[in-house]
Ligand binder design. Structure first.
Ligand SMILES: Cc1ncc(COP(=O)(O)O)c(C=O)c1O
Length: 401
């Protein structure tokens, strides 16, 4: 980044009446934090650690070179929809729409459901802690966001969720399956009962399967087996965790009557031609990415085993490509737990490893770090940095002030 020149810094401090046109609640918001990772081992954002093999890099480069970038994206958009429908084995009677990452789909769903019934804004419900984009989208589109805390083991509090569905009749129920940032795969029977209750309340249930490549099950199986019970259910996925985080392709599947309505709110050319071609190429080589996902699942188990051997920490079970790790002593007051986790986070960063300190995301996460599962060598480096940073943080904690 260049520093502002004297004339531009003077311009920045001058009054700007146009700012008053920006919503006050937007001005009061914090921007989404993308941590700088320059020079660091990046294990903070659940990215796939493996790149494309060199021969595929070359073939992709040649293919992208032939894309007509002077034209708006055309029929290849539909080709990608068809390829994803085959890849996911789209249930009968369902349709699929594309988003510029699933982040865009979350926004579009909030936009489409933000009806105002009299004085009452439409409600959105999600267990929390979960993905931060759900409350953000609700806020930006004037939906009422309701969070039901997870149980201490980070499973769903079914009774509280059922009560919330009955009293709020939310337009949207979000279930991140597995959940970010906890890695939890919800109890199947509890999830089925919540989905059923949401149907009785006349709302939409969205199952966010961003981490599906690493999970033992998918809700699409239930949708295929019991289609009549799933007309109000949407399943959302992304190619980001599959290995294409830079390509920005998310997809939403569900009853074609629902999908066709939501698709109306999508900007017509929301995916670039290069990204479409790249996603098509990746799907043609899906076995390469499947093998990478298998390695990541294997590495996750090895990492979990190593973390269990680290004294004083608690890794939570995970079905994603991340592990939530409580580093602060159990039962410590939230502010002390958060300060301890910060100290470990900074210690790891000083040793060249970037993870995510999630303490501030939710009170239940105070004292926790979220570790992305990397390659075997990434994980070895991360563990070494974590072990050393923990020792330093413990030493600092027992020093008299
Ligand atoms: C649960 C969940 N849903 C959706 C997304 C957004 O993914 P995308 O990269 O497709 O926008 C993420 C990203 O981390 C996520 O954790």
């Amino acid at each position: 980044m260049t520093s502002p020149t004297p004339s531009s810094s003077a311009a920045l401090s001058a009054p700007l009446p146009a700012l008053e046109r920006i919503r006050a609640d937007v001005q009061a918001m914090h921007a989404y934090l993308v941590q700088s990772s320059e020079g660091l081992l990046k294990l903070d954002a659940m990215e796939n650690p493996y790149g494309l093999p060199p021969e595929l890099q070359q073939a992709l480069g040649e293919r992208l070179g032939r894309v007509a970038i002077n034209r708006y994206p055309g029929t290849r958009f539909n080709d990608l929809k068809a390829a994803l429908a085959r890849h996911a084995r789209l249930p009968e009677g369902w349709a699929l729409m594309l988003g510029n990452g699933s982040d865009e789909l979350i926004t579009l769903l909030a936009l489409c459901c933000s009806r105002q019934d009299g004085e009452q804004p439409a409600a959105m419900l999600a267990p929390m802690p979960s993905f931060v984009m759900y409350p953000l989208a609700a806020h930006l589109h004037h939906m009422d966001f309701h969070a039901v805390p997870l149980r201490p083991d980070f499973q769903l509090d079914e009774a509280a969720m059922l009560a919330a569905i009955e009293s709020l009749r939310p337009a949207l129920l979000w279930l991140s399956h597995p959940n970010n940032p906890t890695g939890t795969l919800w109890d199947e029977a509890a999830m089925a009962r919540l989905i059923e209750a949401q149907g009785r309340a006349g709302g939409i249930a969205v199952i966010d399967e961003a981490y599906q490549p690493f999970a033992a099950r998918t809700w699409l199986d239930a949708a295929r087996q019991r289609p009549a019970e799933h007309a109000h259910v949407l399943v959302m996925r992304t190619l980001s965790k599959f290995g294409l985080a830079g390509v920005r392709v998310g997809y939403l599947m569900g009853d074609e009557r629902l999908i066709s309505q939501i698709d109306k709110a999508r900007p017509p050319y929301n995916l670039g031609s290069l990204n479409i071609e790249c996603a098509l190429f990746a799907l043609e080589h899906a076995s390469v990415f499947d093998e990478q996902a298998r390695l990541i699942r294997q590495e996750r188990e090895r990492l979990q085993a190593s973390l269990h051997r680290l004294p004083g920490t608690r890794p939570y079970p995970s079905e994603g490509n991340m592990v939530l790790l409580r580093v602060a002593p159990e039962g410590a007051p939230a502010s002390e737990a958060a300060a301890f986790a910060r100290c470990v986070f900074e210690g790891m960063k000083a040793r060249g490893v970037l993870v995510r300190d999630v303490s501030a995301m939710h009170p239940m996460l105070a004292g926790c770090l979220r570790l992305t599962v990397g390659s075997a060598s990434d994980n070895a480096r991360m563990l070494a940095a974590l072990t050393a940073a923990l020792a330093d943080a413990l030493n600092a904690a027992i020093q008299p002030a």
